[in-house]
Design a protein around this ligand. Structure first.
Ligand code: NAD
Ligand code: IPM
Ligand code: MN
Length: 367
């Protein structure tokens, strides 16, 4: 019997709603596999944790995460107005999410941007631009760069307020993510797009040097260098040219939300945050305060994060594939949440109905 301990951090906003669907699916998966059991440990995280305990990443949660085989996270964060009620350093992004990324050194963030051909009508891009669907992988460095560099705020001699925020990387950090990217490219189409800004940033100059060095070990992988600003345009005009893209933290944050735009909703963006010893899985998007509490959020990103966990942490590749297929079958039958409807002739469903339908589809599939 394989027993996996999973920390469940539902978080804020739509987090608890989409986490419920992830739990539903995990229980369905467990039922289908007599040799697998999931020990689900719920814990407070984010603003929800702050209001209850005074800490956004409380000790009790840290312990549960430390002891878990994998962590499944919902979403954290409040609306701009609400977050002003929390001291800056305890706001869920700085007080919970970044500390978790740092604690487990989850340096490799996989953000798949995927829509099969038959669902490409969800994309706002034209059919001729989409072609056979959308399928590329953003690999974002997640524990370096501007996010984790030295920060200083103060007042200068003339009384002017200033801020300094360093974009810091050392060669080891860059090498680690670049190796992950080359390995991923090798397992897919053997093309790697290196996204950089070496015409301005010294960090990109070092980054590109390392890409060149690591590339020596991957003669079978073709590397294409693209400036990040141009990459944003090419993603809109011709996303088909991309397969695996690697980039530093901030570039990856921005371009992966552009990926969500290409798909038609951030609700279609799951992710895996992989560290040397522990990985955690989360939707790429935020807590969507504008739709929270209405049972209308799209749980695909959350259930997709479960699929990534099954595949990458538990080696359950086949069941992960079943899960992707189950979700796509629900869409293919004309059902979707409002984020994807956009005035189309579809059958609108609620968050919990999507989860129920995914479970029904899954149950039809051979184990
Ligand atoms: P957001 O990603 O929460 O929402 C942007 C838009 O996408 C909204 O219109 C929202 O309704 C929609 N959306 C997002 N996920 C959806 C889903 N699953 N189904 C349907 N629609 C969905 O971005 P924001 O509004 O800029 O940020 C809100 C909060 O989330 C902020 O506090 C931010 O810091 C936080 N945030 C957290 C994470 C995380 O937990 N990893 C990621 C991004 C943002
Ligand atoms: C993401 C989010 C986070 C980030 C925020 C909430 C800190 O936008 O995971 O993309 O910027 O990394
Ligand atoms: Mn983001």
């Amino acid at each position: 019997m394989k027993q996996y301990k999973i920390a469940l951090l539902a978080g804020d906003g739509i987090g608890p709603e989409i986490m419920n669907e992830a739990i539903k699916v995990l229980k369905a998966v467990e039922k289908r596999h007599a040799d697998v059991s999931f020990d689900l440990q719920e814990a407070l995280f984010g603003a929800a944790a702050y209001f209850e305990t005074g800490k956004a990443f409380p000790e009790k949660t840290i312990k549960i995460c430390d002891e878990a085989d994998a962590i499944l996270k919902g979403t954290i964060g409040l609306s701009h107005e609400q977050s002003q009620k929390i001291p800056v350093d305890e706001q869920p992004e700085r007080g919970a999410l970044l500390p978790m990324r740092r604690r487990y050194n989850t340096f490799a963030n996989f953000r798949p941007v995927y829509l099969p051909k038959e669902l490409s009508f969800f994309s706002p891009l034209k059919e001729e631009v989409i072609g056979d669907g959308v399928d590329f992988m953003i690999i974002r460095e997640l524990v370096g760069g501007l996010y984790f560099g030295e920060k200083k705020t103060g007042v200068d001699a003339n009384g002017k307020r200033y801020v300094k925020e360093l974009l810091e990387y050392d060669e080891e950090q860059i090498r680690a993510i670049v190796q992950v990217a080359f390995n991923t490219a090798r397992s897919r189409k053997k093309v790697l797009h290196n996204i950089h800004k070496s015409n301005v940033l010294k960090s990109s100059v070092l980054w590109n040097e390392i890409v060149g060095e690591v590339g020596q070990d991957y003669p079978d992988v073709e590397v294409k260098h693209i400036l990040v600003d141009a990459a944003a345009t090419y993603l809109c005009l011709d996303p088909k040219q991309f397969d695996v893209m690697v980039m530093e933290n901030m570039f990856g944050d921005i371009l992966s939300d552009l990926g969500g735009g290409i798909l038609g909703s951030l609700g279609l963006m799951p992710s895996a945050c992989v560290g040397p010893e522990k990985s955690y899985y989360e939707p790429s998007h935020g807590s969507a305060p504008d739709i929270a509490g209405q049972n209308i959020a799209n749980p695909y990103s959350m259930i997709g994060s479960v699929a990534l966990m099954l595949d990458m942490s538990f080696g359950m590749k086949q069941e992960a594939n079943n899960l992707w297929q189950a979700m796509q079958s629900v869409f293919a039958k004309g059902y979707c949440t409002p984020d994807l409807a956009k005035g189309r002739d579809v059958k609108l469903i609620k968050t919990d109905e999507f989860g129920d339908m995914v479970v029904l589809e899954l149950e039809k599939m051979p184990v």
